[in-house]
Design a protein around this ligand. Structure first.
Ligand code: ZN
Ligand code: ZN
Length: 255
């Protein structure tokens, strides 16, 4: 049993063969998946998929790259959706300094607003971070995000940053990059983060694990992430699968 905590089955890349992709995931033992929405169309699709399939849940948030497009009514919409029975988290939200569509100040403001909303409605948050680690950590601290906690998705930071995030009540989620031969930091992070604080994800269709690197990713491949973590930690695949599934159910409040 595996839990892929971050999928974009709502992406256009799955438009043609979504049913087959979902079937392959179920055949590989993926028990649950959280479909992450990050703008209006992907949020709508995440909700409809979560309504259609028992084993799919949704997370809704506003991506930092598009922060400049977020209006007050979008935040209100997120507030309404947070009451939906299949919405288990808010996000992805955070900071992305790689793309320059949205100025940093606007990204930070939109990030803070969503953290405050999560605290109001009592949902965990899913954090997206690209080249913005120190500002992310500072904002999480200032906004007391530890009250709701959540997930550092596709974590790519250092072991030191991982420890800071653990202290703030966040789980560390590892994806495809932990399987890359030249990925030093994710492997170190897998080694030092206790198993009861680790989650696994694909972030599909992006970041496919080795040996599919560069191809379209899909939830079935989350098994490769779990296998790699098991190897690094010297544990059995079953132990990693079982414990990361238990962690995911805990953070999302799924029985
Ligand atoms: Zn992301
Ligand atoms: Zn994502």
């Amino acid at each position: 049993m595996l839990f892929d905590t971050h999928v974009h089955l709502n992406a256009d890349q799955f438009h043609e063969d979504l049913t087959e992709v979902i079937d392959r995931a179920r055949d590989e033992g993926i028990e649950y998946m959280v479909v992450v929405g990050f703008d209006r169309p992907t949020i709508k699709k995440a909700i409809s998929l979560a309504e259609e399939y028992d084993f799919l849940y949704a997370s809704v948030g506003w991506h930092p790259v598009d922060a400049v497009d977020m209006k007050e009514e979008d935040l209100e919409w997120l507030r309404e959706l947070s009451a939906h029975p299949k919405v288990v988290a808010l996000g992805e939200m955070g900071l992305d300094y790689y793309w320059d569509k949205s100025p940093k100040e606007i990204q930070q403001e939109v990030f803070r607003k969503q953290i405050r909303l999560a605290k109001e409605v009592g949902l965990p948050i899913i954090i997206h971070n690209r080249e913005a680690t120190s500002d992310i950590v500072e904002i999480l601290r200032e906004e007391k995000a530890s009250e709701v906690g959540g997930i550092m998705h596709c974590f790519s930071g250092s072991p030191e940053t991982a420890v800071q995030c653990l202290e703030m009540n966040f789980y560390i989620s590892l994806g495809g990059p932990v399987t890359f031969k030249n990925a030093k930091k994710p492997k170190e992070v897998a080694e030092i983060v206790p198993l009861d604080k680790l989650l696994i994800e694909t972030d599909c269709p992006y970041l496919a694990p080795h040996p599919y690197r560069g191809k379209r990713n899909e939830p079935a491949y989350v098994k490769l992430v779990a296998e790699q973590i098991a190897q690094i930690k010297g544990l059995s695949f079953e132990e990693v699968a079982e414990e990361t599934t238990r962690n995911a159910k805990k953070v999302f409040g799924i029985n």
